[in-house]
Design a protein around this ligand. Structure first.
Ligand SMILES: Cc1cc2nc3c(=O)[nH]c(=O)nc-3n(C[C@H](O)[C@H](O)[C@H](O)COP(=O)(O)O)c2cc1C
Length: 481
């Protein structure tokens, strides 16, 4: 029996592995025959072995599995599980990762810098105000050079400091000064973990894009049991490598693809101080812009007025009215993909007595006891205009906020506007607008797909996968034609 056959049998056999990895049993048989697992499947196999708690180190040597070259800064804070970080260092030393280690003052009560130095065969950093270190590897360099900063274990204290912007030692200063991906592996007494303050810090950090390897549940070193145990070093490492691997693949998925996204509300002035608008927060469109940028796309975001920070994409254009939004969309054409997530005002309202169908931007409408009448003039439909133009992008996606007959209305919008995909949501009773969660139905000319309620970030992630597939199909059609 060759190594890969042994590995598959350890993981439950061909059928079970095929089912868990959602691939054909014949593919697994092929791996066994060739005695090789393709590198694109290493992460999935790793994750599976970690879920099943099966040690596969002898079957796929760690060095081979973890052959990505990247930089990790490991911060060890002062929890009872600090000793487990020594095993993290030992395992990382078997890989191609370049590792630096910082330990907090409290962590030094559990492990020593000397022990870390001898394991890592490198200086262990402990002091923010070290003249020697500042000259050679200052704290900003330490913060900037890694691809990933892993804090394991992360104490309640270091979570609180990061959530509140405190920088009173080397570890917390690095965390604030870094652009790197931060992954926290918290470990603490279950009461500390469930404390409202820790919960709030956790949510705050999650919202800011910090990644968490959540603690395990079980008996704790302190004698209590519950959630708060640091996961085993091997699963922590698996998580970090899977994360890095997935991001590396994703980062090139939409390379050289230009994507234009509209987001937020539009506002239609009725005089110099008043306007008509809607409740769109822009959150969903901004999450999509972030995710598609992470996938390597060149994203231009055209946004109406919002109160949230702009995502880090190629280009952001701010507009007010529907007409301005359309003009700017037109200026950005041609583009490969258009995603119209903005809630564009359908009408503009002109006071009845105004001339030329124009609002008066100089004089405020005077308060009156009589009725004030407005004429509602239809705004341009951006989705329809672009998707029926001769500069129609390869893929056109629209959003449809509905309060009833969601699927039916979304389908007729798909048809009438010549879109490839409509993402519909139920906005009745103040659902969705401004919220962090969304429940969407995807409608294309063949299918309805109802997605479970999930964060807008998660909707963006799955939508990016969908877009990637649409693009593959589009390119295939092109080849077939
Ligand atoms: C024996 C002992 C064990 C501790 N274990 C933990 C722990 O597992 N998790 C935690 O959040 N704090 C733990 N603490 C408390 C932290 O050490 C304390 O909050 C410290 O200020 C953390 O500092 P740091 O975050 O800078 O490393 C422990 C304290 C002691 C004395």
């Amino acid at each position: 029996m060759n190594k890969i056959s042994q590995l598959i049998s350890l993981l439950g056999g061909t059928g079970a592995v095929a089912e868990m990895l959602k691939i054909q049993p014949s593919t697994i048989s092929n791996w066994k025959k060739l005695n090789k697992i393709p590198s694109t499947k290493h992460t999935a196999v790793l994750e599976l072995s970690s879920q099943l708690d099966v040690n596969i180190e002898n079957f796929l040597p760690t060095k081979k599995l973890y052959n990505f070259k990247f930089k990790i800064l490991l911060i060890i804070s002062g929890g009872i599980a600090s000793y487990k970080s020594l095993e993290i260092i030992r395992l990382l030393k078997k890989t191609d990762v370049e590792l630096d280690v910082v330990i907090t003052k409290s962590a030094q009560k559990f492990i020593t810098p000397l022990l870390v130095t001898s394991l890592n065969e490198k200086k262990c950093y402990i002091d923010l105000f070290s003249v020697d270190d500042e000259a050679k590897m200052n704290h900003i360099k330490l913060a900037r050079s890694p691809d990933i900063i892993l804090v394991a274990p992360a104490t309640a204290n270091i979570m609180a400091k990061l959530a509140n912007g405190l920088a009173d030692d080397l570890a917390s200063t690095i965390l604030l000064a870094s652009f790197s991906k931060i992954i926290l592996a918290p470990s603490m007494n279950p009461v500390m973990w469930n404390n409202l303050a820790t919960r709030e810090n956790y949510t705050k950090l999650l919202d800011r894009g910090i990644e968490f390897i959540n603690p395990d549940t079980g008996d704790m070193a302190c004698g209590e049991s519950g959630t708060g145990r640091l996961p085993e070093p091997k699963s922590i490492i698996n998580y970090v490598f899977s994360y890095f691997h997935e991001n590396r693949i994703l980062a090139s998925q939409l390379k050289n693809i230009s994507i234009l996204i509209t987001a937020g509300p539009t506002v239609e002035e009725i005089d110099p101080v008043r306007f008509v608008s809607n409740k769109s927060s822009g959150k969903q469109g901004f999450e999509i812009a972030s995710e598609l940028t992470r996938r390597g796309a060149k994203v231009t975001l055209i946004s109406g007025p919002v109160n949230i920070p702009f995502p880090n994409c190629e280009n952001v254009i701010q507009v007010n009215t529907a007409q301005e939004m359309l003009d700017n969309v037109n200026r950005q054409l041609p583009t490969d993909i258009l995603i119209c997530s903005a809630a564009v005002a359908d009408w503009k309202f002109i006071p009845k007595n105004n001339t030329n169908n124009r609002i008066n931007t100089h004089n405020k409408i005077k308060k009156t006891d009589g009725r004030l009448l407005f004429e509602a003039l239809k705004n341009p439909d951006i989705l329809e205009t672009v998707s029926k133009s001769n500069l129609r992008p390869k893929i056109v996606i629209g959003f449809s906020a509905e309060t009833n007959n969601i699927k039916k209305n979304a389908y007729s919008k798909l048809k009438s506007k010549n879109a490839d995909l409509i993402i519909a949501n139920d906005v009745s009773n103040n659902k969705v607008f401004g919220e962090d969660f969304n429940k969407v139905i995807l409608v294309d000319k063949n299918n309805y797909e109802e997605w479970k309620k999930q964060s807008k970030k998660s909707v963006a992630y799955h939508l990016a996968n969908k877009i990637h597939n649409l693009l593959i199909n589009y390119n295939q059609r092109d080849i077939d034609a």
